[in-house]
Write a protein that binds this ligand. Structure first.
Ligand SMILES: NC(=O)c1ccc[n+]([C@@H]2O[C@H](COP(=O)([O-])OP(=O)(O)OC[C@H]3O[C@@H](n4cnc5c(N)ncnc54)[C@H](OP(=O)(O)O)[C@@H]3O)[C@@H](O)[C@H]2O)c1
Length: 248
């Protein structure tokens, strides 16, 4: 078994959006640090591929639950059965770029239901049902877009800003029992990035990044693991960019 450290030894960490992309990467890294990821997602095929990755690293298979986080009944049933957790990563998220002119109620709901409302409801249920252990750490995955505006991204930017304000309020209300910190990644080499229409201007975009490249999931996990661990026990309410310097 590959175990890099015991930084998260036996810590149970719930990971929304854990079947794909950054969330899946973080679930593997949590396991490599001795933690116990509890993976949430919707897609069985993506989960199967994550399980193969766990097997390839000879890691104990994660606990997993597949349901749509925007379905409140399913979330409630899940939280009712959940044992206490030491941490939570909010990585589930979607984007659907559109100009202001073409915003519709359906698009607002699509983005806000998962990027904001579901995360608020999940945390509220975890608190009310006493599912956070004392000293638990919550990690919000926001985005550079929460503070750095670009055309066609208004709903995504607004949803991530809303999430950040909610999480900072949570940090105030629940210190010192629960710590809450936020990472703002810049553009990552990912499925979400490849959905953007960068075909003609990707070089131009990368040229504006002081570090001259897109980020990789491996650029995010060292800080994420630190924020989940007791190494960051005096950190709460922090909003930290990892964006190759784009937000300077
Ligand atoms: N990629 C980037 O460049 C970038 C940059 C900054 C911030 N971020 C943020 O980082 C996070 C992860 O991004 P990513 O690139 O890893 O995205 P991704 O590959 O598209 O993964 C998104 C995850 O969210 C889950 N999800 C979406 N809607 C859901 C719903 N209604 N119910 C339950 N799960 C749902 C997906 O599950 P299923 O696939 O099973 O449906 C998937 O596991 C997001 O919050 C994103 O906003 C990404």
């Amino acid at each position: 078994m590959i175990q890099n450290s015991d930084k998260l030894l036996n810590k149970r960490i719930l990971v929304t959006g854990g079947t794909a992309g950054l969330g899946a990467h973080l679930a593997i890294e949590i396991a490599k640090c001795g933690g116990i990821p509890i993976v949430l997602g919707r897609d069985q095929e993506k989960l199967n591929s994550l399980i193969l990755q766990f097997e390839s690293f000879n890691l104990a298979l994660p606990q997993f639950h597949l349901f749509d986080l925007t379905e409140l009944d399913q979330m409630t049933a899940f939280v009712d059965e959940l044992n206490e957790v030491d941490g939570l990563i909010l990585s589930a998220g979607v984007n659907d770029k559109t100009t202001v002119k073409f915003i519709s109620s359906k698009k607002i709901d699509k983005i806000f239901d998962i990027n904001f409302t579901a995360q608020v409801q999940l945390i509220q249920q975890l608190i009310k049902k006493k599912k956070f252990k004392k000293g638990a750490s919550v990690l919000g995955i926001s985005s550079l877009s929460a503070g750095y505006i670009s055309a066609t991204n208004s709903l995504y930017s607004a949803s991530k800003s809303a999430l950040e304000q909610f999480l900072k309020t949570l940090a105030i209300e629940h210190a010192p029992e629960i710590r809450v910190n936020i990472i703002r990644p810049g553009l990552l080499n990912s499925k979400m990035a490849s959905a953007y229409d960068f075909s003609e201007n990707i070089d131009e975009f990368i040229n504006q990044v002081p570090m001259k490249r897109m980020g990789e999931f491996s650029d995010i996990h060292p800080l994420a693991l630190m924020l989940l661990s007791d190494e960051s026990s005096w950190m709460t309410g922090a909003v930290i960019p990892i964006d190759g310097g784009t937000s300077i």
